[in-house]
Ligand binder design. Sequence first.
Ligand SMILES: Nc1ncnc2c1ncn2[C@@H]1O[C@H](COP(=O)(O)OP(=O)(O)OP(=O)(O)O)[C@@H](O)[C@H]1O
Length: 649
Amino acid sequence: MAPMTTLKGDPFDRTLFESVTKRRFFFTESFEIYRVAPNFQGDNRGLYDYGPPGCALQANIVDLWRKHFVLEENMLELDCTVITPEPVLKTSGHVDKFADWMCKDAARGEYLRADHLVENVLASRLARGVNGPSKNSPKLDEATAAEYQNILAKIDNYDGPELGDLITKFDIRNPDGNGEVLPPMPFNLMFKSTVGPSAAAPVYLRPETAQGQFLNFRKLLDFNQGAMPFASASIGKSYRNEISPRSGLLRVREFLMAEIEHYVDPEKKEHERFDEVTQLRLPLLDKGTQLAGQTTPRNVSIEDAVKSGTIDNETLGYFLGRIMLFLLKIGVDPSKIRFRQHLDNEMAHYACDCWDAELLTSYGWIECVGCADRSAYDLTVHSKFTGTPLVVKEALRTGPVKVERWQASLDKKLVGPRFKRDAKAVQASVEALDQPLLEKLATELNTTGSVTVDTATPLADGSSSVELSRDLLTIQKVTRLETVREYTPNVIEPSFGIGRILYCLLEQVYWHRPQDVARAVLSLPLAVAPTKVLIVPISAQVQFTPITRKLSSRLRAFGIANNIDSSGASIGKRYARNDELGTPLGITVDFDTLANGSITLRERDTTSQVRGPEDEVLQAVKNLVDGTESWHQIAGRLAPFSAHGQNDD
Ligand SMILES: Nc1ncnc2c1ncn2[C@@H]1O[C@H](COP(=O)(O)OP(=O)(O)OP(=O)(O)O)[C@@H](O)[C@H]1O
């Protein structure tokens, strides 16, 4: 992979970049003063606090997200709890399956995520051209290098035992200390706790916002007056006990997610606004390309990708397009975005297609948005467990139709006395049987005289299934006249990690002035920049105070976030500080302002300045913020300005 370069094409220097984000307090390690305190036993890895510019940047990204998705498409926003009872996450599959594979370096007592270990070691061997940890290791031959590349291209496709085989085959060790690691073991990523003084009821901190949205499906559908398709959305914290949190904000244990659940008829996955994105070209790294060991995406129009079946359906294609447009809106570099399709093993078993929007950073390509078609899985499992139908009922436009359906019925007179307290659970389990299973059980009941039915909840004796004989259970095919069609919607889920997006964006907009690494700039677009305008009086004399205050209040009235810097530092220093904060515009008030009311306006990236009467300059600022005029246009209509003492040096 080519090394990361800045906006201006210079090599990206992470140390310099980190010194800027730290100095300007975008974010910081949580509990830092405790970590450096003597005898601190805690673990603060993967926990970060956002400082003032980080908070403002995050709020602006979230605000744009809400406008771009929720308001644009009338999505139904929810705010659900983080604390989630165990049965919910047991039913969704998280208790059993939300795990990563980890390896232990027994000598150091360190835990490593198995796929990351294999990936890092093989990538490092390829970069160094040697087949071992030190530079004295044997040279990497062509065939092995090709094999490594092939493995890396599909690294997400391996399960734990397969990763274990790779570790043994290539003698992969912990890069820290070169110690051997034990075979991969699954590790569940959820934080577990209990509620109430009895501590009897286990709960988890949610690992995603999605489940809360699914559980409210019935109320959402009612709120939407039964109309389909529609989407719900949620913005909130999620928690994952990552095995080895590294890479700053990219892999943390507490993070802000913004998720959409778009509910759609499984037989109608077209999208009514698809035509708005058909011509948009996306850099797609599809399954086939990855399995062929390649990493270069193809630029394909969404229309062609859906037509050829590369993207499974229109709705998924539509959301991939909307994700691309959102990323561009907040200032992500289009040449540093790609959409990578999940390989079959990587995808949850119930999903039918899944793409990750990945952004290029100094850590490589990072998944920032996942977009999956989760089929009807979640609604089906929650419905089965709770006995609450999470379905859509639609009147058949063609009038009543004859349908043949398998129907199971229990002899109520016998069930009560036979199963006592379990009778309700047995009844619910029979009602939850779907058509294919009923068909299978009907044959079995006929031939063997009894069938075993799984129960959604454990019975009084702890068992999770029940044997039902022919005297209790009847399964037969019935013909009915139906006037409504009932179906469980499929769910298309775009899922955004706001912290990852924020970090990748910061890396991508960072650069420094030519020949001066100390003068860093964050070219954040106006739409997300923490502060839009810096107001600087030429000197700290009190006569400027009423003018700067008035300018600030006029900008606030336009809804434009601004800041006055009347410190004694030189104008150049004050601008340089704000370049590092990503402030796009600067207004200078000087002695001419006192005389004739004119002020100057500076643009961060070019450092060019224009001058004009206060009203005109403020209107120009408003136009820039609203996006109705570009800097180029403004520079063409206001007078250019250059004066000693008000420039950057
Ligand atoms: N530990 C984390 N720290 C920060 N953001 C995260 C973390 N885990 C997931 N996310 C964000 O949430 C989004 C949706 O989560 P998803 O479950 O698809 O991630 P994932 O596939 O588990 O990520 P990864 O493979 O990197 O662990 C991701 O695209 C990412 O932006």
